[in-house]
Each structure stands twice: as C-alpha cells, then as structure tokens.
Write a protein that binds this ligand. Structure first.
Ligand code: NAP
Length: 267
C-alpha cells in the first residue's frame, strides 16, 4: 500500500513556508498528496506553494494565518471549507531563549498558544474527523529539548514535552480508529530559524545538525510504527545518555550549563 493509499489525498502542514515545514510539504507532495499549507508571511508561503505545484503537480491551497490568534481555528475552518484533511503535520512553533523573567508573561502565553493550544484545537477538529473516517495520520513536532528541564529555554522545552506526551496518548487512543499519531523528537536541524538563533556548539556532546529532509523522511517512515521517535543517530545517542546514564539532576544541569555558555547568559 502506498503512503497516499494508507492516509488519503490531502495533507495539511501548519508552519510550512521554510525549513522543516517546507520539507514536510515537499515530502508529502512527492508522495502524491495535495496540500494545505499554513504560515503567517504571505510571500515565502506563496513561493513555496508555487514551487511545489510546479515540481510535483499537486494542488496546493495556502492560507496565511497566525496560529497564535485566538480565532485561528475559525480562520482555518473557513479557508479549508469542506476539504477533507487526511494527514496533518503541526510543525509551527514559537520559542524564547533567555532568562524566564527577562521577558513579560505575554511571551510565555504566546508560546503556549502556538505550541499547545492551537494544536489541541486542530487535533480535536481534524483528528476528530479522521477518527470518524477511521483513517488518517498526524505528526506533532517535539524536541529532544523537551526530554528534561532546559534552562533559558524553559517554556519552549516544556511545550515540546507536552507535544510528545500528547501525541503518545493519542497514538494509543486512536490506533484502534485507524489514525496514526507520532511525535517527532528532533534535535538541532539546519532550518533558517535554527541558523538565525544558534550562536554555535556549546558542548562536545552536541551532535551535528541534521538537514530538514533527513528528519522528515525518518518521520514519514516511522509513523504507524511507534508513538514517538528521536531523529538521527547522534540525537538518539545523546538522548540515551541524558535519560538513562546521567541522573535527572545532572541532565538538567548539563542542559542549562550549555545554554548559559552558548548564549553567554549572565543571570
Ligand atoms: N530547527 C531545530 O533545530 C529544531 C529542533 C528540535 C525541534 N524543532 C521543532 O521543529 C519544528 C520546526 O522548527 P523550526 O523553528 O526550525 O521551524 P521551520 O519549520 O523552519 O519554520 C517554522 C514555520 O512555521 C511558521 N510559523 C511560525 N510561527 C507561526 C505562527 N504563529 N503561525 C503560523 N505559522 C507560523 C513559519 O512561517 P511564518 O514565520 O511565515 O509564520 C515557518 O513556515 C518546531 O516545532 C520546532 O519546535 C526544531
């Protein structure tokens, strides 16, 4: 059975204009699925939609929507109309690097909206319809940063733990309904966002960044076989050390120390 036969005709990618989201869009189009692509900025999203249509000949609907908006779900329902969403990737994320108290509460609330509240609403709506049809696939992007407390990235890392645990729970609930759910726990990946915010290696343990397409291909191979996975050999190895060899206290301290060093935090 092909990927398209297994999951259906149309995939939605939330956060699709560049990096990992664009790689998901391209990989799904290469498997013959039509696309619904979402991002805030108009030009990059339009350009990505155009490129994919040219390259793969699939239909692409692009929607400019801020997934932090309280009415994001209504905007999406309105724009998508009665199209059936058969596969969904929630890739968009907000983050803040710095001491927790050095920014206002609205920053943390914004991260919670993009990374947790909107995915909950989209899972309820689109996942609910997949469960009714007894067919579908869902990817939630998580991160190895969410495997332990990550100082100076505390809120973001906590939301990534939320995504992993949520996907794992729904994997269990929905496997009997024909819907595969997976959390993709990525490590450093060379996306424009990562390159913009990363000042360099902080620890000799840190694996080399992966390419977005590597993460995506591993994820699309793994979905349906496991509730969550860690992308790349280097990340699997480091995560094994952090979770099973070092104590929790040691792992949390190492993570905070490397963030402090990498970003020259003074607090
Ligand atoms: N890159 C890494 O090293 C890494 C490591 C571990 C996990 N991850 C996870 O992988 C995913 C992708 O990460 P990335 O940061 O590298 O991003 P990316 O996939 O390169 O790009 C983020 C995409 O999301 C869109 N987006 C961001 N905020 C949005 C919002 N509020 N509403 C709508 N669209 C929005 C962006 O477009 P607009 O700006 O136009 O909206 C862009 O298309 C995230 O979930 C992240 O937590 C990344």
């Amino acid at each position: 059975m092909t990927f398209k036969e297994k999951y259906g005709n149309t995939a939605l990618v939330a956060g699709a204009s560049e990096g990992m989201g664009a790689a998901y869009a391209q990989a799904l189009a290469a498997r013959g699925l039509d696309l619904v692509l979402i991002a805030r900025r108009k030009e990059p999203l339009e350009a990505m939609a155009h490129k994919i249509t040219e390259q793969f000949g699939v239909k692409v609907l692009h929607i400019n929507c801020d997934l932090a908006a309280p009415d994001a779900m209504q905007q999406l329902i309105h724009a998508i109309g009665d199209r059936s969403i058969d596969f969904m990737v929630y890739n968009a994320a907000a983050s803040y690097i710095g001491p927790y108290l050095a920014t206002g509460l609205p920053t943390h609330m914004h991260i919670a909206r993009v990374n947790m509240l909107t995915p909950l609403a989209m899972l309820h709506y689109f996942g609910g319809k997949m469960a009714e049809r007894r067919k579908g696939g869902i990817v939630l992007m998580a991160s190895i940063a969410g495997f332990q407390g990550s100082g100076y990235l505390s809120t973001y890392a906590a939301t990534k733990a939320f995504n992993q645990v949520l996907a794992e729970g729904l994997w269990y609930e929905w496997k009997s309904k024909g819907v595969d759910v997976i959390a993709c726990c990525a490590g450093a990946t060379s996306t424009p966002n990562y390159i913009k915010t990363n000042p360099g290696k902080a620890s000799s343990l840190e694996p080399k960044p992966q390419q977005p397409a590597q993460v995506v291909e591993e994820c699309l191979r793994k979905i349906g076989t496991t509730p969550s996975f860690i992308s790349g050999t280097g990340n699997k190895l480091v995560s094994f050390l952090m979770r099973h060899v070092f104590s929790r206290k040691k792992a949390v301290s190492m993570m905070g120390d490397s963030m402090r060093k990498m970003y020259g935090m003074r607090e």
